[in-house]
Design a protein around this ligand. Structure first.
Ligand SMILES: NC(=O)c1ccc[n+]([C@@H]2O[C@H](COP(=O)([O-])OP(=O)(O)OC[C@H]3O[C@@H](n4cnc5c(N)ncnc54)[C@H](O)[C@@H]3O)[C@@H](O)[C@H]2O)c1
Ligand SMILES: O=C(O)C[C@H](O)C(=O)O
Length: 336
């Protein structure tokens, strides 16, 4: 058999020869052809811990897959289009990342996305429960404060729920906080680590400026400016994009930072610690974002909040009130 078939290279033959890194993890991205999905897929193709990369979407996956598959890195890339291919996309995966769903336009809250995105996340999680129940799941789709509880309920119903493996991605809040704090302090953002706890929407995003590494202090004006800018970072991008979407590039960067941490944990690396919105007993709420240690089983340890200053305590009270409503909304949707 020749390489050319009617002017096209035989895909069957090239697939026979395809070789990925001999070891590594299998990762699926659901919503891979979207604004976040495309750069995230590219970054994950560059990640040496990934041996197989499955790209799933309801539109445009063939083009994105063909494009990304030409990158000369180790991971083997396969594309999957539409619900009939979801199960094949998910079977055997170690990590599933979900950026599927609609983004905000100016004037909308993340909760305004609930009506569309709740159903999308529910269906995708039903597929995960069926085809890769042991996978780590990273949920990016908004509103994260509700979509993570939805995922938990789907897994509970299927009998596959492992709270150590379900993580809402709040890494972009940390990435923004590091950037904005470094600007104020005149530091390199790579040297700054700001814990951001609570959730992922407005006042539920609670940066702990009193616990920054390296230790630093702010005037009350600086603290108010930083807290507000971190809480409204998403809206800042939505308004700048003026109707064509929300953060995609910085989100893909944050998502790959977080996914890489999950994979390093799975590999057995020590001291992999990141903030995430997870099933939690840190507060009285069933889900809460705080620092977690990632390991071979997913979340190995969830850290307590530590000492908060007066304004952080006030922020926490307000954040918990809003979070309780969003969490309940997700649970009700998935159990009705
Ligand atoms: N967690 C965070 O920090 C964070 C940051 C930015 C954006 N987001 C959220 O991520 C989501 C995606 O944002 P985006 O800018 O990439 O949007 P986008 O519209 O550019 O891309 C979304 C993709 O999802 C796909 N999709 C829709 N329904 C699907 C389904 N049932 N199965 C699989 N794929 C499906 C679409 O075809 C599209 O390719 C939004 O909900 C947005 O609010 C979260
Ligand atoms: O703001 C949005 O709607 C998207 C995302 O949650 C963000 O924080 O950028």
């Amino acid at each position: 058999m020749g390489l050319k078939m009617e002017g096209k290279i035989s895909l069957e033959l090239t697939n026979c020869r395809a070789k990925g890194g001999s070891s590594g993890f299998k990762v699926a991205i659901l919503g891979a052809a979207g604004g976040i999905g495309q750069p995230l897929s590219m970054f994950m193709k560059m990640n040496p811990l990934v041996s197989v990369l499955h790209l799933y979407d309801v539109a445009n996956t063939p083009g994105v897959t063909s494009d990304i598959s030409h990158m000369d890195t180790g991971a083997v890339v396969r594309g999957f289009l539409g619900p009939q291919q979801l199960e094949n996309a998910l079977t055997g995966m170690d990590l599933v990342i979900i950026p599927a769903g609609v983004p905000r336009k100016p004037g909308m809250t993340r909760d305004d996305l609930f009506n569309i995105n709740a159903g999308i996340v529910k269906t995708l999680c039903e597929g995960i429960a069926k085809c890769c129940p042991n996978a780590i799941v990273n949920i990016i789709s908004n509103p994260v404060n509700s979509t993570v509880p939805i995922a938990a309920e789907v897994f509970k119903k299927a009998g596959t729920y492992d709270p150590k493996k379900l993580l809402g991605v709040t890494m972009l809040d940390v990435v923004r906080a590091n950037t904005f704090v470094a600007e104020v302090l005149g530091l390199d953002p790579r040297e700054v680590d700001v814990p951001v706890v609570g959730g992922h929407a407005g006042i539920t995003i609670l940066p702990l400026l009193s616990q920054i590494n390296p230790p630093c202090s702010f005037t009350s004006e600086e603290a108010a400016y930083l807290t507000s800018r971190i809480q409204n970072g998403g809206t800042e991008v939505v308004e700048a994009k003026a109707g064509v979407g929300s953060a995609t590039l910085s989100m893909a960067y944050a998502a790959v930072k977080f996914a890489d941490a999950c994979l390093r944990g799975l590999r057995g690396d020590a001291d992999v610690i990141k903030c995430a919105f997870v099933p939690s007993v840190v507060t009285e709420l069933p889900f809460f974002a705080s620092k977690v240690r990632l390991g071979r089983n997913g979340i190995e340890e969830i850290y307590a909040l530590g000492p908060l200053n007066e304004s952080e305590r006030a922020g926490l009270k307000m954040a918990k009130k809003e979070l309780a409503v969003s969490i309940e909304k997700g649970i009700l949707f998935a159990t009705k």
